[in-house]
Design a protein around this ligand. Structure first.
Ligand code: NDP
Length: 329
């Protein structure tokens, strides 16, 4: 029997894109072999772009946004999943070209799902969300480069945001000395509470970068792009590496080849959306073991489902601290 459920839906007309909270039923579910009762979702920067329409994230209309969710399988014809399984969905174009997590129900391909790992529940999974899983992919990239705790300081930019705050918490738990940059120096105590050994004003990274600066960082995780990233690259120490995952400042990268050819530095591009499932499973297992649950509780907060549209504006304006967790009504 068809069931009605609450969902945000983004439609498009000549007047532009419009997001409404509405009732859908099972006939609105998209193709897929696993149907999930969504328990939690969250708000990422990309969801902010999708809900506000500030960037053309949505590729199909009408569509339910929400690039990630966690919940319980209620129907499955996929070999790996059965009714009652707890699952996580991140990316794979969900919330962009396939209806996503801002709904009480979702139907997706089982090939896109990861089981909730032991040690996490569906709420904690969305306190982490795509932002936290991207932070872990970034940490893994630095580790694969050969960076170990004790090798030198790691810089995390945009540290009060979702990716940054979780990257900070993971790196500090792993024993790295981590330095945070932020545009919100009033959040210094929050950031030192997550493990930052030092907190720098991001204004110091805003000017055009010199080809080479002082060698300060063994590694970096950057969410900003633009001049911030260019300055970070020019300050990496010999053989250092930066994991590049965001564009909160800019899509541009006004740098030179100098730090690459004179200091042998490396840049690793981080993509969470199409990352292979085996890598995702490792990242989620690591999140269950290498992220202090107390810190996760400190950096996350509850956001009401009906407040998502306003919060979408706030995240783009850099006003959201840490991670928003949205319980489906
Ligand atoms: P948030 O909005 O939670 O965090 C971004 C943070 O960046 C802000 O909180 C702010 O931190 C900082 N910031 C904002 N504006 C600027 C600016 N002009 N210059 C420098 N820093 C700035 O977003 P998320 O953490 O969810 O995402 C961060 C970025 O990573 C986004 O660009 C997002 O699109 C990208 N992303 C990419 C993924 C991938 O697969 N590659 C996956 C997930 C996210 P503070 O106030 O502390 O300075």
């Amino acid at each position: 029997m068809s069931e009605q459920f609450q969902a945000y839906q983004i439609g498009k007309s000549d007047a532009g894109q419009r997001c409404t909270l509405t009732q859908l039923d099972d006939s609105d579910l998209m193709e897929g072999d696993v149907t999930v009762r969504v328990e939690y979702t969250t708000l990422n920067y990309k969801d902010g772009l999708a809900l506000t329409g500030r960037s053309p994230v949505i590729r199909k209309f009408p569509l339910t946004p929400g690039i990630d969710f966690s919940g319980t399988v209620i129907e499955s014809s996929h070999a790996d999943f059965a009714e009652g399984d707890r699952v996580i969905l991140n990316g794979f174009g969900v919330g962009e070209g396939h209806s996503g997590g801002f709904a009480q129900k979702a139907r997706v391909s089982g090939d896109w799902l990861v089981p909730v790992p032991a040690g996490l529940d569906t709420r904690h999974a969305m306190a982490i969300g795509t932002a936290g899983y991207t932070a872990m992919l970034s940490v893994m990239a630095l580790e694969n480069h050969g960076i170990s705790p004790g090798d030198g300081d790691i810089l995390v930019t945009g540290a009060s945001g979702g990716v940054g705050s979780i990257a900070l918490a993971i790196l500090s738990k792993l024993g790295h000395r981590v330095v945070a940059t932020t545009g919100r120096m009033q959040e210094r105590d929050f950031l030192t509470g997550l493990g930052a050994a030092d907190v720098l004003d991001r204004a110091g990274f805003a000017e055009k970068a010199r080809p080479l600066g002082k060698e300060l960082w063994r590694g970096a995780i950057d969410v900003a792009g633009g001049n911030t990233l260019a300055n970070v690259l020019s300050q990496l120490s010999y053989g250092g590496a930066a994991a590049i995952c965001g564009l909160a400042e800019s899509m541009s990268l006004p740098t030179t080849v100098a730090p690459f050819i004179l200091r042998g530095i490396s840049m690793y591009g981080i993509d969470s959306v199409m990352a292979p499932i085996a890598k995702r499973k490792i990242a989620w297992q690591r999140l269950a073991s290498d992220l202090d649950p107390k810190l996760l509780d400190e950096l996350s907060f509850d956001l009401d489902f009906k407040d998502l549209p306003q919060a979408a504006e706030d995240i783009l304006d850099g006003k959201i601290r840490g991670r928003a967790v949205v319980k489906l009504p």
